[in-house]
Design a protein around this ligand. Structure first.
Ligand SMILES: *Cc1c(COP(=O)(O)O)cnc(C)c1O
Length: 377
């Protein structure tokens, strides 16, 4: 079965009890226990809910893992997965992971005793150098946010396996349609389903998929005890959104490719970051580990005034955080996603006040290009 078919025929295409094509929303906190000795699947909705189970099974199938878990947000998924480690464990993380992941690692989890080393994962040697006897995990994201840097996932995940580390990949930007980290050697995949999987900017939700049952049990223990679960209505929105993932991403990625090329030729644009562009340093590696460049790109204007003017003038891109929705979104990482990062650190990473990140939506690309042309002056 190919991916588009799997999105529709994922084992939850019809409710066995009623034939309903929409996933039934089981809005309950508890379940009547017919046999007081136990033995039934669902007893309390933090521990399990049939609507949530449908989504968890679906994402596990799409990513090719043994077990899927849903959380109240992408950060709920990231934080819960990191919760499988113990005080004193050392985690190597890509230095330009999502701003929220950077924050939870460097504030909350440091306080709870996790040791963290941030590395430039685009060079695998940096991961080798950061390795210590207590290293337990490797946390990666490719393409990275917001500069679309590419990490050689196959090589880095192979290295992690060889050293006995649990490897975690945030696959939010690519989705399992374009990239399947478990096939490349990852142990756990995490998602902000708020983005492309939900796809309509109307729900916040997170997912995690474990390669095998044993890791799945460790993630489930945190999900069940920490309790960062989503409600069934939000799960339903993601189930519905995911059915059109392929159709949306095909169109959005084609638009992103055209917009990136057009931006490259604009006088006010100093640089464009998109792994589908010929000049992108990670293009060959990205093509070897994914089946598309996705719908997110970034660019730098020549000065900060131009960037601020663009954000003020642009009509068809919402100046907002987030990405992956049907509407084009223009984010300003310096004051939005990376506001929590100290300025010196941001500048070292190239996250300057001229940088704008675009998530291309489903508008006609000719209209977007005309609008961007006007806003860039
Ligand atoms: C948005 C995002 C997150 C966090 O997800 P929320 O649903 O906002 O909690 C994590 N990783 C990446 C790459 C993201 O874009």
């Amino acid at each position: 079965m190919k991916f588009g078919t799997l999105l529709i025929h994922n084992g939850h295409e019809a409710d066995p009890a009623t034939g309903a094509l929409g996933t039934p929303v089981i809005q309950t906190s508890t379940f009547a226990q017919r046999d007081i000795q136990g033995g039934q699947e669902f007893d309390y909705a933090r521990s399990g809910n049939p609507t949530r189970k449908a989504l968890e099974e679906t994402i596990a199938r799409l990513e090719g893992g043994a077990r899927g878990y849903a959380f109240g947000s992408g950060m709920g998924a990231v934080s819960s997965v990191l919760g499988i480690f113990s005080a004193g464990d050392h985690v190597i993380a890509a230095e330009d992971v999502y701003g929220g992941s950077w924050r939870i690692l460097n504030t909350f989890y440091r306080r709870w005793g996790l040791e963290v080393t941030a590395v430039d994962s685009t060079d695998i040697r940096n991961i080798g150098k950061a390795l210590r006897p207590g290293t337990k995990a490797l946390f990666l994201e490719s393409p990275s946010n917001p500069l679309l840097k590419i990490t050689d996932l196959r090589a880095c995940l192979g290295f992690a396996r060889e050293k006995g580390l649990v490897s975690i990949v945030d696959n939010t930007f690519m989705t399992p349609y374009l990239q399947r980290p478990l096939d490349l050697g990852a142990d756990i995949v995490v998602h902000s389903a708020t983005k492309f999987l939900g796809g309509h900017s109307d729900v916040v939700l997170g997912l995690a998929v474990a390669r095998d049952e044993e890791l799945g049990r460790r993630v489930y223990a945190v999900q069940n005890s920490f309790g960062a679960i989503p409600g069934p209505w939000d799960v339903w929105l993601v189930m519905r959104g995911m059915k059109t993932l392929k159709a949306r991403l095909d169109s959005q990625a084609a638009g992103a490719q055209r917009l990136a090329r057009w931006l490259e030729g604009h006088a006010a644009v100093a640089a464009v970051y998109y792994p589908g562009l010929e000049g992108h340093p990670g293009k060959a590696i990205h093509e070897g580990q994914s089946s598309g460049a996705g719908a997110v790109l970034s660019f730098k204007t020549r000065n900060a005034g131009q960037a601020l003017r663009f954000l003020k003038e642009v009509r068809y891109a919402a100046p907002a955080v987030s990405l992956g929705g049907v509407e084009t979104i223009a984010s300003y990482p310096v004051t939005m996603s990376h506001a929590a990062m100290p300025q010196a650190e941001r500048e070292r990473l190239g996250i300057t006040d001229t940088l704008i990140r675009i998530s291309v939506g489903l508008e006609d690309i000719e209209d977007l290009i005309a609008d961007f042309g006007r806003a860039l002056g």
